[in-house]
Design a protein around this ligand. Structure first.
Ligand code: IFM
Length: 413
């Protein structure tokens, strides 16, 4: 099944109650000086967007619910926010688009941020209270869940590189955040199944290929792979916490904590000593990320060998502001999936409408639908028409290839 993915804060607009609104108000934090207050105004335009998804024939949609809207003050839940999401999800279902709901995607209510967010000793329980509420209140409409989005990216960007709020640079804090989030995932997996035994639950893991730039960089590439993603894989999927993540927590026993393997795949890194680079002369997107479709199946193969299960590509997409290569990118990634004998079940393209891309602001465009941020007018891009055609034809026909893909070229880095 094919569709698109997104996150609440990146599209909704209008919410002043979360850490990204606060962060974006500080000078120099967002490249183009924009804030998520505008985004794509999806909070008011969700009907129009949903109808557009249905027009394109999208089969599945991964969306987020915004914690700061649902629990604006600790322990106080907003029935208006819940009702809003119920209406939106209801319309998706009516239009035949199956929802997959993410329970945490990079953002926190300001009050949670204020107490130290995921470094706080009670952070897991505090978030689980929210999870319980959402799953209880939406459970008659949704039974597919992503607990957390990219805990490794969250930990590294908030606490190591300092590019996401609170902008700290501390290795012990990075580890603490990753540990707490891995515990949170395992506990949420159990909790959701307790409330909804038939639920399908996983987390969206940001994984990439780390390949050595020179032969002598091989050990470092292995170390990066382990520290950035594999230690987290073992903790969150298998409940096994290595010493680098602080050892086995009391609250989690080794076991199976996934119903699908959620993979967010974008690129590979060329590891050179302690730096992360890009292989020279390879196709790159507007942000300079290498376009390397084979990495997707390499990663999936490796993950599946250790943790067998159905594979859901919970994100895959590219920054392409001029629509120079997005259809080719789509075709190349769908091809490696189609040619693989791994159990790929879902493909969620990132993203539907161009949106607010965190510290990059509104600059990079990842959407299959163009957004004019001033007027909020949506226009389907050629890649949107291409994806719709692929869904309709249940594959890439020679005609679609000739029309959308053949004329496109990648830029080389
Ligand atoms: O926009 C992000 C998303 O929020 C998380 N995964 C990567 C995307 C593109 O950078």
């Amino acid at each position: 099944m094919i569709g698109t993915a997104t996150a609440a804060l990146q599209i909704e607009g209008g919410d002043r109650n979360n850490n990204w609104y606060d962060w974006a108000s500080l000078p120099g934090t967002i490249k183009d000086g924009t804030t998520p207050l505008r985004a794509t105004d999806h909070w008011r335009r969700w009907r129009e967007d949903t109808e557009l998804m249905a027009t394109l024939g999208l089969q599945v949609y991964r969306m987020g619910v915004e914690w700061s809207r649902i629990e604006p003050r600790p322990g106080e839940f907003s029935s208006e926010a819940i009702d809003h999401y119920r209406e939106e999800i209801g319309l998706l279902r009516e239009r035949g688009v199956r929802p997959l709901v993410t329970l945490h995607h990079f953002t926190n209510p300001s009050w949670f941020q204020g107490i130290g967010e995921w470094t706080h000793p009670e952070s897991v329980n505090i978030w689980l209270r929210f999870v319980r509420r959402v799953v209880t209140d939406l459970g008659d409409l949704v039974d597919e869940w992503v607990t957390l989005n990219e805990p490794n990216v969250y930990a590294v960007m908030t606490r190591l590189y300092g590019e996401f709020p609170p902008g700290h640079k501390s290795l012990p804090e990075t580890i603490k955040v990753m540990r707490h989030m891995a515990i949170a995932h395992c506990r949420a997996y159990e909790l959701i199944h307790e409330i909804q035994p038939h639920a399908t639950v996983g987390f969206a893991h940001h994984v990439r290929s780390f390949d050595p730039l020179h032969v002598w960089d091989s050990p470092m590439a292995k170390i990066n792979t382990y520290l950035f993603q594999d230690a987290l894989t073992d903790a969150a999927l298998g409940g096994r916490f290595a010493l680098v993540l602080g050892g086995q927590p009391r609250q989690v026993s080794p076991g199976k904590y996934y119903d699908y393997l959620g993979i967010n795949y974008y690129t590979r890194s060329a590891v050179a000593g302690i730096s992360d680079r890009v292989f020279p002369g390879k196709p790159v997107n507007d942000l300079g990320w290498e376009i390397y479709p084979e990495g997707l199946t390499r990663i999936a193969q490796d993950l599946h060998a250790r943790y067998p299960g159905p594979i859901w590509i919970t994100e895959n997409g590219t920054a392409d502001n001029t629509e120079a290569f997005r259809s080719r990118y789509l075709a190349d990634h769908l091809r490696v999936i189609a040619e693989s004998d791994l159990p790929f079940e879902r493909y969620y393209h990132w993203c539907f409408v161009d949106n607010f891309e965190w510290a990059e602001g509104e600059i990079p465009r990842f959407g299959i639908v163009h957004n004019d941020f001033d007027t909020q007018e949506r226009t389907i891009k050629p890649s949107g028409h291409f994806l719709a055609q692929v869904i309709k034809d249940r594959g890439v026909t020679a005609e679609a290839l000739a029309q959308y893909v053949v004329p496109q070229r990648y830029r080389l880095g």
